[in-house]
Design a protein around this ligand. Sequence first.
Ligand code: FAD
Length: 78
Amino acid sequence: MKARWDLILVGGGLANGLIAWRLRQLRPEIDLLLIEAGAQAGGNHTWSFHQDDLTAEQQWIAPLVAHRWPGYEVRFPR
Ligand SMILES: Cc1cc2nc3c(=O)[nH]c(=O)nc-3n(C[C@H](O)[C@H](O)[C@H](O)COP(=O)(O)OP(=O)(O)OC[C@H]3O[C@@H](n4cnc5c(N)ncnc54)[C@H](O)[C@@H]3O)c2cc1C
């Protein structure tokens, strides 16, 4: 393993995963190490969000979206 890195991100969850993903796109020259304590980066998570949560400039996340739904409703018993 290398002895020096430009950036070390500890924890391969949502925040650092997005940082690493975006830096790969914008600053591929940065030597980046992502350290995850678990068996795999991202764990066994499914994250969801609403379309309006993201601005037009944040649509770079689109390739990470696995499913889309046109809407939803919440139902309570009775
Ligand atoms: C049940 C549940 C459902 C959720 N659903 C949603 C949702 O649908 N949409 C949404 O936006 N948010 C959701 N959240 C919130 C969302 O999961 C968190 O806000 C988000 O994961 C936080 O990102 P994070 O990168 O800070 O932490 P995490 O994603 O938890 O990542 C932290 C990572 O660091 C690793 N780690 C910890 N300590 C070390 C160490 N010492 N060395 C190396 N690695 C380490 C962990 O293993 C983990 O992989 C949900 C949360 C929960 C509990």
